[in-house]
Ligand binder design. Structure first.
Ligand code: ASP
Length: 444
């Protein structure tokens, strides 16, 4: 078996966390390829090393002389974070030369991406030393093309070739290189993507993504204290939930492994005995509850367009949608009736252009009636189990009625994978509690 293991910033924030990671890796000989993030927060008000690097580089490129001292002190603070880890682990390595080079490159304005990438680079060096694994610089194996897009083909070829010769290795996350050799990073949280790319290249049996939560929770813990974790979730379900705001994994991390059928296992470094969440392409395993997850977002506005015999007018929807795209407003949802259809948009995007949009729709389709509503929330109830279970929507809506929540909109996709419900902003939390209660609490 081959497992690729990625550790997030909080799992590597200090020497104690590093030791936990070491124990996890040594416990299973299949955990052969390790992708570390940069050190994250040690306490809630701490600063991630990546943010320290961005800040330090921002000062480095300022021309003013008085910034010099500030630059040196910021760089020193970053070095201290690493020195503390090295000392805490009892390693004999010394990063003085590395920091001398980083300092010179900052002064030479080598770029923001280079600056940020040093967080993962240095953590990778320490991790390799700590584990006794070979270190592979991501700049030598992860590539971007001229336009700055990830070059999957070249990366896969080179990475597979390089790793074929290594039984185990540490490859820092988050960055790679451009055709001219300069360093480029993925977007924030991008070490998840590196882990996925490495898993694909070595044809891993499993991509373990270690973080500080025991997988995806059924719903937001700020609304339901200690919600149950999701055991198994499909990529499609995950997409629905993350679209609605549930985040644990970088969205782009899914693509490389999904194509290869490699499952992702989200695990908790602080509670390694928890099984976490398994993300798979498809599964026969029955979900524990009828629903897999509930997620949602607040602050939508809706625009309802009504016109008699709308359905006979060719291109009616297209004309209305064009008004939104002409005004640069993205559409979130579009439930429709016979002579009406409603468009949900983000309120903050819409508010300032509201009158222009209304005028545009009048001009484009001459509606009989236009109605605007604001302060709406959308809730997605997602679950592959809903398809096989009668009465799911019945249970949702009776639970909402009992909780005194008025449902403004219902939209069930034909895949029966999700039901989207529109409610007032102020009913959002009550609605989620009611749905969680009926599907999870009553089943325990
Ligand atoms: N260190 C980078 C960040 O903070 C990348 C990562 O942790 O995945 O965004």
């Amino acid at each position: 078996m081959i497992k690729v293991v990625k550790f997030g910033g909080s799992s590597l924030a200090d020497a104690e966390q590093f030791r936990k990671v070491g124990r996890i890796i040594r416990k299973d000989a299949d955990r052969r390829y390790v992708v570390p993030s940069a050190p994250g927060k040690r306490t809630p008000d701490d600063t991630k090393v990546t943010d320290m690097l961005y800040g330090c580089y921002g000062v480095a490129i300022m021309e003013e002389e008085e910034c010099e001292e500030e630059f040196e002190s910021r760089l020193e603070k970053i070095k201290e974070r690493y020195d503390e880890i090295i000392e805490g682990l009892g390693l004999s390595m010394d990063l003085t030369d590395e920091f001398r080079m980083i300092r010179e490159n900052f002064i030479r304005k080598t770029g923001r991406d280079y600056a940020a990438s040093r967080g993962e680079y240095l953590n990778g060096r320490i991790m390799a030393e700590y584990l006794g694994y070979p270190f592979i610089d991501a700049a030598d194996v992860i590539f971007f093309d001229e336009d700055g897009n990830f070059d999957a083909k070249k990366t896969d070829q080179v990475l597979a070739e390089v790793l074929a010769e290594k039984k185990c290795a540490v490859i820092p996350g988050f960055y790679g290189s451009m055709p001219d050799g300069s360093v480029k990073t993925f977007s924030r949280g991008g070490s998840d993507i590196t882990g996925s790319i490495v898993a694909k290249a070595v044809h891993a049996d499993m991509y373990e993504n270690w973080t500080d939560v025991s997988g995806f929770l059924i719903t937001d813990p700020r609304i339901i204290p200690n919600p149950k974790a999701i055991d198994v979730i499909t990529y499609r379900e995950l997409r629905e939930l993350s679209y609605m705001g549930a985040t644990v994994l970088h969205e782009d991390a899914i693509f490389p492994v999904r194509k290869e059928g490699i499952p992702i296992n989200i695990r908790n470094t602080n509670i390694p005995e928890d099984k976490g969440t398994l993300i798979v392409e498809s599964t026969c395993r029955k979900p524990r509850f009828v629903i897999t997850g509930i997620a949602g977002k607040k602050d939508f506005a809706s625009i309802t367009v009504e016109k008699a015999m709308m359905n006979t007018e060719v291109g009616f929807c297209k004309k209305v949608l064009e008004v939104f795209s002409d005004n640069g407003i993205s559409i979130e949802h579009m439930p429709s009736g016979i002579d009406t259809f409603t468009i949900f948009v983000h309120q903050d995007e819409f508010e300032e252009k509201e009158q222009k949009v209304i005028a545009g729709i009048h001009r484009a389709v001459e509606p009989d009636f236009l109605e605007l509503e604001s302060d709406l929330a959308l809730i997605a109830v997602v679950g592959r189990g809903m398809r096989a279970t009668r009465g799911t929507s019945g249970r949702i809506f009776s639970a909402l009625a009992h909780a005194n929540v008025n449902v403004k909109m219902i939209d069930q996709g034909s895949s029966e994978l999700n039901i989207i419900i529109g409610v007032r902003n102020h009913d959002f939390e009550t609605a989620i509690r009611a749905i969680y209660d009926i599907f999870v609490n009553t089943m325990l």
